[in-house]
Design a protein around this ligand. Structure first.
Ligand SMILES: [Zn+2]
Length: 319
């Protein structure tokens, strides 16, 4: 470890030109230490309501500016300004009717739709990195976890270093979503030989101190794992979940969950809630798990439509 005091610069990345002629840009922060070390690319807010990721990068900014780095860190706090400005999960369909979910179209296309061009602009900055962390947050009723791409052992090591208790294996390394992938940055990076992880921190739409702190310490441990920051990586032994399965309901009405909580290990056939008719008060469906597993997410209670998912279970490796 040689390490060098950090020089911090900011690049304005042009993302799109709107009909009015205005250019939409976003900022990329570059923290340069010793140039012989690896590069780590960080981003947040692909989905507009997932605000904790930007708060994580802001706190990390204070720490990185006052340290020494062996390598370089790139950080894009607002990857999707369209979704963020409109305070919605995906980009408004009036701007891009075909590709409104930014995390389904990596690596983008410089000749494609608005969002494909935006993704391409960011991929050009990310594709030469040695590791990628794509910060997301789940709804309030989802267990915090970190996702890595199935079959990619280097991404799994990075996920273990990040240090949350639950990892979820998902997707496959595919360089082009047209070839069967989900078009997530994680999958495209894995296919390009870049280990990449998606931390799903707790809580969308509100800044939660515990989620911000776990994101910052997770990234610092990833930087230690990569050798960019000095120091040992604590030994984490997370639980690994695979094969996520949604729980769908058959009746429309009001859903109300029982006393089960996310993170619970459930047997097959466990009652997790009911759907009732709000006019007659009649119970229309008792919602049960179809198999055993860990409850990853659960709707606590809301209006539901037949065929909709109210939660999800994952199988735990080794159980
Ligand atoms: Zn997200």
């Amino acid at each position: 470890m040689t390490g060098r005091d950090v020089s911090h610069t900011v690049e304005s990345v042009p993302l799109a030109r709107l009909p009015s002629g205005r250019t939409v840009e976003t900022l990329l922060h570059r923290y340069r230490g010793d140039p012989s070390g690896p590069t780590v690319y960080l981003q947040a807010l692909q989905h507009g309501g997932e605000v904790n990721g930007a708060a994580v990068l802001r706190r990390l900014h204070e720490r990185l500016r006052n340290t020494t780095l062996d390598g370089e860190v790139l950080a894009v706090p607002v990857a999707n300004p369209f979704a963020f400005d409109h305070r919605v999960y995906m980009s408004p369909t009036r701007l891009d009717a075909i590709n409104s979910n930014m995390n389904r179209i990596w690596p983008g296309d410089p000749a494609g739709t608005l969002m494909e061009r935006l993704v391409d602009s960011l991929w050009q900055r990310a594709k030469d990195a040695d590791a990628i962390v794509d910060l997301h947050t789940g709804g309030p009723y989802m267990c915090s976890h970190t996702r890595f791409t199935s079959g990619d052992s280097r991404s799994k090591e990075l996920a273990e270093a990040f240090g949350v208790e639950l990892l979820v294996e998902d997707g496959s390394p595919v360089s082009n979503p047209a070839n069967g992938g989900q078009g997530k940055i994680r999958e495209v990076a894995a296919a390009a030989g870049i280990p990449a992880i998606t931390p799903e921190l707790a809580h969308s739409r509100e800044i939660v101190e515990s989620a911000v702190e776990s994101g910052v310490s997770g990234i610092e441990d990833v930087l230690r794992e990569m050798g960019v920051l000095d120091g040992p990586v604590p030994d984490h032994e997370p639980t690994v979940g695979t094969d996520k399965q949604s729980v769908f309901i058959e009746e429309s009405g009001l859903f109300r969950s029982t006393t089960v909580s996310v993170g619970d290990r459930l047997q097959a056939g466990t009652e997790i809630g009911e759907v009732f008719d709000p006019t007659s008060f009649e119970r229309l469906q008792t919602v049960r798990t179809e198999r055993e597993g860990l409850l990853l997410s659960l709707n606590r209670g809301s209006t539901v439509m037949e065929g909709e998912s109210v939660g999800s279970l994952i199988s735990i490796e080794g159980e």
